[in-house]
Design a protein around this ligand. Structure first.
Ligand code: MCN
Ligand code: CUN
Length: 788
């Protein structure tokens, strides 16, 4: 009799398998773009603008061309000859590859130097002389909309102002009515500033055009290889580079966090140069270029209002956003959603009325607009609603935990339709918050706080009970540049019962090589260690839209389960044939089919697979492979209850995060250790914008903190001890009941921290502080209120 293995033994779902990929990472054997060295490879470096807004009078390349090793300097005028000086953004705006006459932000690409070594390319870069005629830039987005502001995009036909688009959701008239009749209306003006991810690996590529075969291999740091291939084909099809002639390979990636979704000019220039000279071209950004010029995140100015009753029932919310997109809208949102999923901003609360609107504007800053573990703007949405919920609790004099418990959507009310039209799939918000309150000993903390306040000491407790929305997305509403946002899995099982599984997503550190194998192991009974997982090569992987917005588990994870189930159905047929019984007489246990009532008569999945190559039923297709393109019926709605405790030093404004408890609910968990790792990392990227990170520009458009000397990325030193836990509310529509989790902590943490700090300062009448909340801001606010 074939003894069956348990789910734990085969590395199925729910077990903390060690990450398979770490074997190479911890030995320094990861293979990143900068590790790629090809014969005859050239190096590219980029000349960047010192001005935020200037006319280019002249570019003198003479001295640069004399630098030993420099073979070319490429300008916008050169690219213009091939109509390659502009490119589309993922939001259907347009972006310069290299400018022909005007630079639009500080650090913008102005020219590219190509040389035989990276040092020669850098020397060449220093030798390029650009003559500029500086102009007065538009930095403040409110001023950008004022009449008389210079029109930043005269290239757009008929454009007479800097307004990009207007968006709204919800019911304006009904919201106005509820607000006009409500007992209580609270209002705050908030800015969620521009920030930038700081992956360990910066962006880069090796463009390798083979003239003989008219074929481009593009090694690059991208979270979405297939989408990039299609974009390259659309842009370069007219010069003969059609999609089958393009192979995009995304090797190991040292962190993406959304910053590796956009198409940066450097990639396109490298392709153009390789195409023209017929040699591979490598471009790797340095740290400052990455920080100053790559896609930023956030930059939302929000006027937030909440209406409710005097006993603390939330009735309606109203949010008005001004979105600063820099000189082009290069965010990576699904087409129909210019503000991403911001309309989830009604939060975890049971009320039926909301209105939100947004206007986007151009300014002289780098382009972008989502990336930084953001779930398509859910970070902004959650910040707005969670800050306002605390603000409202403060106004009605109710404990913010109790107010939340009183307003939560109840678990029996799911699926729940939000006032902006989302159907929340499942949740148990009461359970999550009660668990977090218990873990932190909430009531005792409030007692301690009351004692401290008597002594004039500042201690704060902040809560964030957020609902996320991930898994974009159902094809009826979700596409990027028209491509529907399904995702895919292909499983191929070899005769000896070992498999390779390929996906349209691309891990940047999330551990897909382990977790996808676990899903397949659970469904098919093949041990996870015998399942190789491959992503990031468009020549081999099935088409998919990539990894961002915590969509891999909701989409490709589901595809893995569905493809495995197709194979299990086939296995059943083969087992019935081998055991000479009807399919209905068979039962499944992880790894084998056995005859009902006669468990000694069985066939393991390995025996079945072998038979599919050696002894398959006549008439049945041989082999053992399946592909599934999964189009999710709905998004998944993970949630969390976070509680942060801070102590604030009154004299200096110094803030110490004493405790941080995070209870997450991402449905059924594939790998608890990986989820915990995701949460730890995500929380650290939550404390970052809450207390440290912000890109600051002066009036001339100079970035004032464009290096790590001034842009503070938290390290282990700044990070508190994260206390994590979870509740499990499976997604009812996902094949394995899982929801995404990768961004939840970054989405949920900032308002918990901000709420805690504001709570500490509230005895002095402080109702709001914009993040990042620095000691100086705290000290200043206390000073203004006469507290010190
Ligand atoms: N997981 C799980 N059980 C669940 C849900 C998820 O075990 N119920 C596991 C998944 O199998 C996967 C990981 O957790 O290994 C994250 O899954 P998911 O939430 O589906 O998110 P994605 O894989 O799509 O990752 C994207 C997300 C995003 S958008 C950003 S930004 C981010 C993040 O992941 N960037 C990261 N986490 C990151 N972690 C690292 N190390 N590096 C990045 O660049
Ligand atoms: Cu917005 S950061 Mo993640 O979606 O790649």
């Amino acid at each position: 009799m074939n003894k069956c293995k348990t789910s734990r033994e085969i590395g199925g779902m729910g077990h903390s398998l060690k990450r398979k990929e770490d074997i190479r990472f911890i030995q320094g054997k990861g293979h990143y773009v900068d590790d790629i060295k090809l014969p005859g490879m050239l190096y590219m470096d980029i000349v960047r603008s010192p001005y935020a807004y200037a006319k280019i009078k002249n570019i003198n390349i003479e001295a640069a061309m004399k630098v030993p090793g420099v073979i070319a300097v490429v300008t916008g005028r050169d690219l213009e000859k091939y109509n390659l000086h502009w490119m589309p953004t993922l939001m259907s705006d347009t972006q310069m590859v290299l400018p022909t006459d005007t630079v639009m932000y500080q650090a913008q690409e102005v020219a590219a130097v190509i040389a035989t070594s990276k040092y020669a390319a850098r020397d060449g870069r220093e030798a390029v002389k650009v003559e500029y005629e500086p102009m007065k830039p538009v930095i403040d987005p409110y001023k950008s909309l004022e009449p008389g502001a210079p029109v930043l995009r005269p290239d757009k036909p008929g454009k007479t102002d800097n307004h990009i688009w207007h968006w709204e959701a919800g019911d304006k008239a009904k919201t106005e009515e509820v607000f006009s009749k409500a007992d209580i209306v609270v209002k705050e003006q908030m800015h969620i500033p521009r920030i930038h991810v700081a992956s360990i690996e910066t962006c880069g590529c090796v463009a390798d055009y083979d003239k003989i075969n008219n074929h481009l291999t593009m090694y690059m740091t991208t979270q979405a290889p297939h989408a990039i291939r299609t974009v390259i084909a659309l842009v370069a099809g007219h010069v003969g580079l059609t999609e089958e002639k393009i192979r995009v390979i995304s090797p190991d990636i040292g962190g993406g966090f959304g910053g590796k979704v956009p198409v940066y000019p450097g990639y396109v220039i490298a392709i153009a140069v390789s195409f023209l000279v017929g040699k591979p071209v490598k471009w790797i950004e340095d740290r400052s270029e990455n920080l100053q010029a790559d896609s930023f995140a956030r930059d939302y100015h929000i006027t937030a209002e909440m209406a409710g009753t005097k006993d603390g029932k939330i009735l309606a919310t109203r949010f008005k956003i001004l979105a600063d997109h820099g000189y082009t809208d290069a965010s990576a949102n699904p087409s129909k959603f210019p503000t991403g999923m911001f309309s989830i901003a009604t939060g975890s609360y049971d009320y039926g009325t909301a209105f939100m609107e947004a206007d986007a504007v151009y300014t002289n800053k780098p382009p972008g607009g989502v990336a930084y573990r953001c779930s398509f703007r859910v970070t902004e949405a959650v910040h707005a609603i969670e800050r306002m919920t605390d603000r409202f609790a403060m106004e009605v004099g109710k404990d913010p935990a109790q107010l939340r418990l009183d307003n939560f959507i109840k678990k029996e009310d799911f699926p729940w339709k939000s006032p902006t039209g989302w159907i929340y799939d499942s949740g148990d918000y009461h359970k999550g918050l009660l668990k977090a309150m218990d873990a932190v000993n909430y009531h005792q903390l409030r007692a301690e706080q009351a004692e401290k306040r008597k002594k004039g000491e500042l201690m704060g407790i902040g809560i964030s009970t957020f609902t996320e929305i991930v898994g974009a997305g159902p094809s009826k509403d979700f596409d990027i540049l028209g491509i529907k946002m399904f995702d895919s899995a292909e499983i191929r099982v070899h005769p000896t019962g070992k498999a390779i599984a390929r996906f349209g997503t691309k891990s940047q550190g999330q551990g897909h090589e382990t977790t996808y194998a676990q899903i397949i192991a659970e469904e098919l009974g093949i041990p996870a260690e015998n399942i190789a997982v491959e992503e990031g090569d468009t020549d081999t992987a099935p088409y998919g839209l990539g990894t961002y917005a915590s969509r891999s588990t909701p989409t490709a994870g589901a595809a893995a389960a569905m493809a495995a189930r197709k194979l299990r159905d086939k296995a059943r047929k083969i087992a019935a044939y081998l055991l000479e019984v009807s399919e209905d007489d068979l039962e499944w246990e992880p790894g084998k089919f056995f005859v009902k009532g006669a468990p000694e008569k069985s066939k393991t999945i390995q025996e079945i697979v072998f038979a599919s190559y050696t002894n398959h039923p006549q008439g049945m297709e041989a082999g053992f492979e399946a592909t599934h393109y999964y189009d999710p019926p709905n998004l998944t709605f993970p949630s969390g209850a976070y509680i942060c405790v801070v102590d604030v030093d009154k004299e200096t404004g110094a803030i110490k995060v004493r405790r941080f408890v995070a209870i997450d609910d991402c449905g059924n968990i594939i790998n608890p250790m990986i989820v915990q790792g995701q949460v730890h990392g995500g929380l650290t990227q939550g404390i970052a914008p809450a207390m440290y990170e912000e890109l600051i520009y002066d009036e001339a458009g100079n970035i004032l903190n464009g290096t790590f000397m001034d842009y503070l990325v938290p390290t282990a030193v700044e990070s508190p001890k994260w206390e994590t836990g979870h509740t499990v509310t499976p997604s009812p529509h996902h094949p394995i009941g899982a929801k995404g989790v990768g961004e939840s902590p970054t989405v949920g943490a900032p308002p918990a921290i901000a709420n805690a700090i504001v709570d500490a300062l509230s005895p002095y009448g402080i109702t709001h502080l914009d993040i990042p909340i620095t000691p100086f801001k705290v000290w200043k606010a206390l000073k203004e209120k006469g507290a010190i």
